[in-house]
Structure formats: structure tokens, C-alpha cells
Design a protein. Sequence first.
Length: 279
Amino acid sequence: MIDDTNYADCLALYNFDHVDKIKGKESIVPHKCHFKLCTSCGTKEAKLRAAHISSIALDAKHRHIVFTIPKHLRGYFIKDRSLLNLLFIGDRNTLACVFNDAKYRKIKKKKIYLKKSKCPYSYKNDRNKIVFGSVLTLHTFGRDLKWNPHIHRLVCEEALDTKKIKWRTFISCEKLRKTWMYQILDLLSKQELESFNYLKQRFYKELVNGFYVYAKKKEKDNDDNNVDDCVNYITRYTSRPPMAENCIKYEDDKKMIRWWYNRHEDEKYIEVYESVENF
């Protein structure tokens, strides 16, 4: 017999095809599914991933930042999935500008001019740049299960000034939003997208505060488990299935499936009814 306590929820529990004979005894070896949405395999992989990230993270305060784009831009990304790479570039450039812009403004005041680089990554080739550490992942759907590509990034709040060998701590939420909008619109403007120039002008006119960026600072300043908490949340959130089982119910009398979620903007409770075929 096999002890299946560790495999109770695995989708491939009874998919056995390998038998070993050890010291005259037969042992059955199960083949796990290794599917990330499996409640057994996926949970284990998420814990291992979180432990690895925590082990390489600096012993400093970290912040969980979410970069989003307006729904009017999402259509471009679903038509051409290669554009999703621009979210990673824009996200990285946004943080590079937040950490480095103040320093380089002082350099320009001293009339020290820097050579422009053709590299799409801001400040990458500058010797005196401020270096920051982070981990990021892409999420392509929201709580309502609609197409909503956005970036989750775990950022160390302390960055290293390579010229003075000094740690700097500065993350401006206001600058994050405006810089994120500028970076994404600038990258997309080089792609020759249909009707994009009109949207670009509209965004700059209406969204004076920039695109929405979630960058809430942790309330507890002296939290030793700050890194572990952020890592565990991100790995659990990005590894989860699109919908939890406890949020789905089949209404036998209506022959409909009911599922629900809390809207992200205001946490309002939303119920959705769908037929079995559409679901």
C-alpha cells in the first residue's frame, strides 16, 4: 500500500505505472500531475518558489507594487501578445526613473551632459546609476475573469548608489503613476497601432495623475517578516487558479452556475449567473 496523505488532492493520484521492488517488497510510485492549478502540486510549487525568492532577497523593507493599464489599451495586447513584453520594459524603466531622475537632474544642473543610448532600458549603461532589486510577474486577468494584463512587482525599498556606495530609500507614488503612463505610451507609440495617437492625447488630457499604480506602503515599519509576507502573497496570488472552488455554486433549480467576487475598486460584492455552456 502507499501512503497517499501527501497526494490526496492531486489530479494524478491514481495514475500509477511504475513499480519498484526493494528488498523483496513492492512499492507503488505515483506520478503527480505537476499542474500549477492542482491544489496539491500547485501549492507545493508555490511554497518552493516563495522560499527560493525569500532566500535571495535582501534583508530590507520591500514593497508590493501593481502596475495596471486602462481598459482602452487592453485590446492592443490581446490582438498582439508580443506587446506584453513592453509591460516588462515599461515597468522596469519606471522604477529606474523613480530612483535615478532626481540624481541626474543635479548632474544636468552642473552642465554635465550624458550621451543618449539606443538601449530601450533607461539608465542601463550609465556607470553612476542607482541600482535597485526586484522580482516581477505578469498577470493577465482580474477578479471578474476579464482580460486585464498587469504587472506584480516586489521591490526592495533600498537602492544602491554605485558612485557613492550609499543606500537610498525613495519611492514616490505620484511619480510612479505619471512615469508609468509616459513609459507605456512612449513604447506603444513606436508600434504603429491603429487609432493610438488619439488615445494617447486623450490619456494625457484626462489622466493627469497617470495610470493607476498600487504601491501601498506597509503600515508596520518594524516588520521583520516584511519580505516573507510580500513574497508569499505574490506567489500565492499569481499561482492560484482563475477562480476559487468556494466561489462557484451550481443552482440546480435554475440550471445555472453562480459565482461571485469582490470588485477591486471598491470591494463591492458582485454575483454572476452563467449557463453551463458559457461557463
